[in-house]
Design a binder for this molecule. Structure first.
Ligand code: PMP
Length: 378
């Protein structure tokens, strides 16, 4: 059966160049990076070279890069580790990933006050809303660089440099898709598997001198901010993926835009559907579409049966049948939000995959619509 993968915001296929670095390191480097002997030193060197590689790609110092198990851990580390610079107040948005929102709910129970800012109908935060919410107690503002469901790029760069609070941005979906200027923030979250790197590895950029308490205590690894023996091979693969994503950004972005444009050209010929966030500045790879009268869960399953992989809402919450919190925050009514499907392309999406999707999507949508009309009649 033909298959077509359009769920690259959930995860990407590994770049063969990353795979090669990962597998070679995995099969040849075995020392514990904390050991003083030659085998340990070899492993340590790979970690420090990788740190340098990530730092260079982002234009920061290598002392400012900390490896984590992914974006979820980096977000937890920031929100729980930042401490009370000014007081117990955090500002975030209603459209963050659960790895930010759920930590905020936890902190709320611990006595923190959390402001969750709304977004407009395109999924964008208004910078003035942030300014209005700042109090003397605000220690941290956490705003994602780009949203994972609709792709809207957030105005992180417009929040201003003259700040009394610390600024964090989750750039898991943004790096490699749009330019990310790390100098705008104090903390930045990255994830390997969103940019053709391995799963289970990510990083946190933390500005030099900014205090950060660890989540994991142990052997003092990662500048005493994250104890535990490092996964050398994943780190090496991740560093390769990050540097390729940054180096090849401009050509990859054009390729993703073109694929998305072709897809959008076809989707908009289907009756009664609308594209979310189309007027916003958005990532080049996401197309989120509401197909009126079609249950998104049913469409995802029907497309899967045709070999097409897409998702309704975000993959992280797809086990839940609740409509997406992002769409609800954008003011999309509950019944419409339940018709939304996210198509996400990548630089390695092939012409064959696109052709297959273009062939099966209109038929599948109309089959599901006529089925639900019959059900309503009968
Ligand atoms: N933040 C965002 C914006 C994401 O899209 C994701 C993955 N869905 C995460 C955080 C979590 O990333 P990871 O799988 O690396 O923990």
């Amino acid at each position: 059966m033909k298959t077509a993968y359009f769920d690259n915001s959930a995860t990407t296929r590994m770049d063969p160049r990353v795979q090669e670095v990962l597998l070679t390191t995995l099969s040849t480097v075995y020392g514990n990076p904390s050991s003083p002997h030659a085998a340990g030193r070899e492993a340590r060197k790979i970690i420090e070279d990788s740190r340098e590689q990530v730092a260079q790609a982002l234009g920061v110092s290598d002392r400012e890069i900390l490896f984590t198990s992914g974006a979820t851990e980096a977000n937890n580390l920031i929100l729980r580790g930042v401490g009370e610079k000014n007081g117990k107040h955090i500002i975030t948005t209603q459209i963050e990933h659960p790895s930010v929102l759920e930590v905020c709910s936890f902190l709320e129970k611990e006595g923190w006050s959390i402001t969750r800012l709304p977004v407009n109908d395109q999924g964008a935060l208004l910078p003035s809303d942030v300014q209005k919410s700042i109090t003397e107690e605000t220690s941290l503002v956490s705003v994602m660089w780009a949203n994972n469901e609709v792709g809207t790029v957030q105005p992180v760069e417009k929040l201003g440099k003259d700040r009394t609070y610390l600024l964090h941005s989750d750039a898991a979906q943004a790096l490699g898709k749009v330019p990310v200027n790390v100098n705008e923030v104090d903390f930045l979250t990255l994830s390997g598997h969103k940019l053709h790197g391995p799963k289970g590895i990510g990083a946190l950029y933390f500005r030099k001198g900014v205090p950060l308490h660890p989540l994991l205590f142990g052997g003092g690894q990662e500048f005493e901010k994250r104890g535990g023996t490092e996964n050398v091979a994943l780190i090496a693969g991740f560093a390769t993926a990050v540097s390729l994503a940054v180096e090849e950004l401009s050509e990859n972005r054009t390729a993703m835009e073109e694929t998305r444009q072709r897809l959008m050209g076809m989707v908009t010929t289907i009756s009664n559907c609308f594209v979310l966030g189309s007027e916003a500045e958005r990532l080049p790879n996401i197309l989120n579409v509401c197909f009126e009268g079609v249950d998104a869960e049913a469409l995802v399953l029907a497309l899967d049966a045709e070999g097409v992989h897409v998702s309704s809402g975000s993959a992280c919450s797809s086990l839940s049948t609740e409509p997406s919190h992002v769409l609800l925050a954008m003011g999309i009514p509950m019944d419409k939000a339940k018709t939304s499907v996210r198509f996400s392309v990548a630089v390695d999406t092939t012409r064959e995959e696109l052709d297959h999707l273009i062939e099966v999507l209109p038929k599948t949508v109309s089959r599901l619509r006529s089925y639900s009309e019959k059900k309503a009649d009968g």
